[in-house]
Design a binder for this molecule. Sequence first.
Ligand SMILES: Nc1ncnc2c1ncn2[C@@H]1O[C@H](COP(=O)(O)OP(=O)(O)OP(=O)(O)O)[C@@H](O)[C@H]1O
Ligand SMILES: [Mg+2]
Length: 162
Amino acid sequence: MTEEILRVRGLRKSFPGVVALDGVDFALRPGEVHVLLGENGAGKSTLIKALSGAHRPDEGTIEVDGREVRIRSAQDAEALGIATIYQEFNLVPELTVAENLFLGRPPRRFGLVDRRAMNAAAATCWRGWASRPSRPTGWRGSASPAARWWRSRRRSAWTPAS
Ligand SMILES: Nc1ncnc2c1ncn2[C@@H]1O[C@H](COP(=O)(O)OP(=O)(O)OP(=O)(O)O)[C@@H](O)[C@H]1O
Ligand SMILES: [Mg+2]
């Protein structure tokens, strides 16, 4: 049996007056696609937020690649390979493609953001994609909501080599 890359055991999370998650068990193996389905308020977002570092579970454990982890921030989640694509856009329209891709983790040289390295690395992330994107230094400002959503997917699906 293929090894689990993610395992959630007995996850519990309550907010004042409501138990959002109670005894959630979940496992994910490489290549699997799951759909989390439930009525409004069922706890879907709370589970995803617990996995992405936005919420601390009250009880239960999360294991990544068989090792128990504590996910305290979005950075922790990203470092573990957990990327979240929120319904809301998570791009900064004022920044370029490259700046968005490297948001919070830009390559540095002598303490300053290394724009040349950042743009060069960003350009490599489009290789193999069917649709041709704009230049790494492009995108500032206007784009349709659909285009912006698609770009946030790309940001989440791609991790810059560090
Ligand atoms: N930050 C919070 N503070 C207090 N209660 C919260 C908070 N976040 C979620 N809840 C409550 O926890 C329960 C689960 O909410 P959650 O947002 O996880 O549900 P959901 O399945 O994502 O619903 P929806 O389909 O509406 O997105 C709900 O009763 C909600 O009101
Ligand atoms: Mg939700």
